[in-house]
Design a protein around this ligand. Structure first.
Ligand code: AP5
Length: 217
């Protein structure tokens, strides 16, 4: 099964992806995580991406399309995969369709997470992330058991550079201007499913399974 988690910054894509990986036994292809890893490794892609990410802007399509093309050719994607944070522009969506079609595949569903703007700001302003495994926490609603240490892998729990208030505003604007139109692209193809992404993490997980036509987990 090939599907995408789609939604604004802070809508909970990464949080749900981590649980879905366990349930569905397919990899999560998070372009945000891939770019942060490239920055950590100080690679040429990382240094190019960093300037855009720290300002809350999108990394150019050509870089993103090459990155995802290489990733979906990997062996672990043969039995399906879940996209998280890609496609983010109509040009990325068109390129993805073409690269999958060339392999006789298609993106079956795009789950669009719906969350109020104020809730997005609250989530992002308090978000903490594990610098090692990417698990998400929150300063108020979901603290790690030991301050600063990931419950899952023991990695350091930190704040993301792009969760500063001014950058969050730019990311939300960028979503509306450049990413929201991707919804219409998939709606026209009958592949878009909206998911109410407010409520407890488990309630949302059950809604996602329902949207995917899977049995409750
Ligand atoms: P990326 O890492 O993809 O960021 P994003 O899409 O902005 O999404 P986030 O990671 O901020 O949020 P999320 O939806 O995963 O929410 P989370 O689960 O963490 O991209 C970063 C940057 O990389 C971009 O700005 C861009 O520059 C670049 N980039 C990446 N992909 C690109 C592409 N394809 N093209 C061009 N550029 C690209 O949850 C957020 C918080 O909410 C957490 O604290 C969590 O604990 C909490 N939370 C989760 N669920 C709930 C709930 N149900 N109730 C209460 N709180 C909750």
């Amino acid at each position: 099964m090939i599907f995408a988690l789609f939604g604004p910054p802070g809508s909970g894509k990464g949080t749900q992806a981590k649980v879905l990986v366990e349930k569905l036994n397919i990899p999560q292809l998070s372009t945000g995580d891939m770019l942060r890893e490239a920055i950590r490794q100080d690679s040429p892609l990382g240094s190019q991406a960093k300037t855009f990410m720290n300002k809350g802007q999108l990394v150019p399509d050509s870089l993103m399309i090459d990155l995802i093309r290489a990733r979906i050719e990997a062996k672990d994607c043969q039995k399906g995969f879940m996209l998280d944070g890609f496609p983010r522009t109509v040009a990325q969506a068109e390129a993805l369709d073409q690269m999958l079609k060339a392999q006789g595949l298609s993106l079956e569903k795009v789950l669009s997470f719906v969350v109020d703007r104020q809730e997005l700001v609250n989530r992002l302003s308090g978000r903490l992330v594990c610098s090692k495994c990417g698990a998400s926490y929150h300063e108020v609603t979901k603290r790690p058991s030991k301050a600063g240490i990931c419950d899952i892998c023991g990695g350091a729990v930190i704040k993301r550079e792009d969760d500063k208030p001014a950058v969050v505003e730019t990311r939300l604007e960028t979503f509306l201007a450049s990413t929201k139109p991707v919804e219409d692209f998939y709606r026209a193809k009958g592949r878009l499913k909206e998911v109410d992404a407010q409520g407890s993490e488990n309630e949302i997980f059950q809604r996602i399974l329902n949207a995917l036509g899977r049995t409750p987990g």
